[in-house]
Design a protein around this ligand. Structure first.
Ligand SMILES: Cc1cc2nc3c(=O)[nH]c(=O)nc-3n(C[C@H](O)[C@H](O)[C@H](O)COP(=O)(O)OP(=O)(O)OC[C@H]3O[C@@H](n4cnc5c(N)ncnc54)[C@H](O)[C@@H]3O)c2cc1C
Length: 346
């Protein structure tokens, strides 16, 4: 029986890699997940999860809470002038560590976990090698040699979860030239906040304190709540430089496949990165389980994910442009739909 199973090497045990390992049928596939930093995988702050990703997770037995009712959310200028009272999008905000534990629990015990940094994916055994290896993907270059290098952006992000519920009048996103700030309830007694701003800081690793200091300058004069949150950040604050995967015209070549950020890492403005990683992985796993075609899977996933890749960048430019003249309908559509796919994802 063992000899009849196909061998699948998954590089990366993040959202995409664990979701794929949880989806593949252990009777058909012998799966090894290679993860360089297993201790870091379960960390992080919070993630917005759109309904399509919640449905995909439900298909592999991972339950997620329904979206919480959020009142008072608004799009505001940096100084707190309300532009639009936005109906809360149907988004579930989840603790990232809770999502990662739920995914890990859904992975069958037959899956082998190897702690290793894979320097040469081409040297791995396996009928299929899946790059779930994030924006620095090594596998991406095997799928599309021109797309091997990730792309820098001028943006850095801060994220934190702090105790206490936010004031409903302060919930929402604050947009201004070169920067944005977001505040949202994570649970009845916790608040998630995030920022993006154009940064002059050097490449990684970023010091959280340096990014906080720069953000405090950049957001000087903004609504008082922003100054307060930046001044009392908490020990779990994360600072990240934002990188892009290059645009891709294929996710499959021979025995190599890329999913998640390896395929389409983009800016976080639509809250789609982890959701699309989940959708990629569940649809790929289900395609393989039924002996379906990899090119058919690629044809379903590539257009929507490349559109989200472009859409998130457009949203960032729009939100942080110098001439913010929002069209109410356009904004409401963009924010409340979050680029959710209109077609089934398989
Ligand atoms: C500020 C910010 C806010 C965000 N908010 C949201 C949100 O609200 N909703 C949402 O859906 N998404 C959000 N995202 C995006 C989301 O975090 C990512 O899209 C998601 O984590 C991608 O998952 P992944 O598994 O594809 O890649 P990763 O999480 O990057 O995982 C890749 C894994 O591969 C491992 N790895 C890499 N190379 C190798 C190698 N050679 N050998 C072995 N292991 C390797 C790494 O250690 C890592 O664990 C946000 C991102 C940022 C930066």
């Amino acid at each position: 029986m063992r000899g009849q199973r196909q061998r699948v090497a998954v590089i990366g045990g993040g959202v995409a890699g664990l979701t794929l390992a949880a989806t593949l049928d252990p009777r058909r596939f012998e799966v090894v997940v290679h993860e360089a930093q297993p201790d870091r995988v379960s960390g992080g702050a919070a993630l917005g999860v759109w309904p399509s990703a919640r449905r995909a997770l439900a298909r592999i037995g991972v339950a997620t809470p329904a979206p919480a009712a959020v009142s008072g959310a608004a799009l505001q200028t940096l100084d707190g002038r309300r532009l639009i009272e936005a109906p809360a999008p149907p988004l579930t905000l989840m603790d990232r560590p809770a999502l990662m534990s739920a995914l890990a629990a859904a992975v069958p015990s037959s899956v082998r976990h190897e702690e290793a940094l894979i320097a040469d994916p081409a040297g791995l055994d396996g009928e299929l090698v899946v790059g779930a290896d994030g924006v620095r993907s090594q596998v991406r270059g095997l799928v599309s040699p021109a797309a091997v290098r990730r792309r820098a952006t001028p943006w850095v992000a801060l994220r934190a979860v702090v105790p206490g519920a936010p004031d409903p009048r302060e919930v929402g996103e604050y947009w201004g030239p070169g920067r944005l700030f977001g505040i949202t309830p994570l649970a009845p007694d916790r608040t998630y906040w995030f920022t993006s701003h154009r940064s002059r800081l050097g490449p990684e690793p970023l010091e959280v304190a340096a990014v906080l200091a720069e953000a405090s300058d950049v957001f000087a004069g903004a609504a008082p709540v922003i100054g307060h949150l930046l001044a009392t950040p908490g020990a779990n604050t994360l600072a990240t430089r934002l990188w892009l995967a290059p645009p891709m015209t294929r996710y499959v070549r021979g025995r190599y496949v890329v999913v998640g950020d390896a395929a389409h890492a983009t800016l976080p403005n639509l809250g789609r990165g982890a959701c699309d990683a989940i959708l990629d992985a569940v649809s790929l796993g289900r395609t393989l389980n039924r002996g379906g075609s990899l090119l058919g899977w690629q044809a379903r996933r590539l257009p929507t994910t490349q559109a989200a890749h472009l859409g998130a960048r457009t949203m960032m430019e729009f939100a942080t442009s110098r001439r913010l003249q929002p069209s109410r309908d356009w904004l409401l559509r963009a924010i409340t739909r979050g680029g959710e796919p209109v077609a089934p994802t398989g």
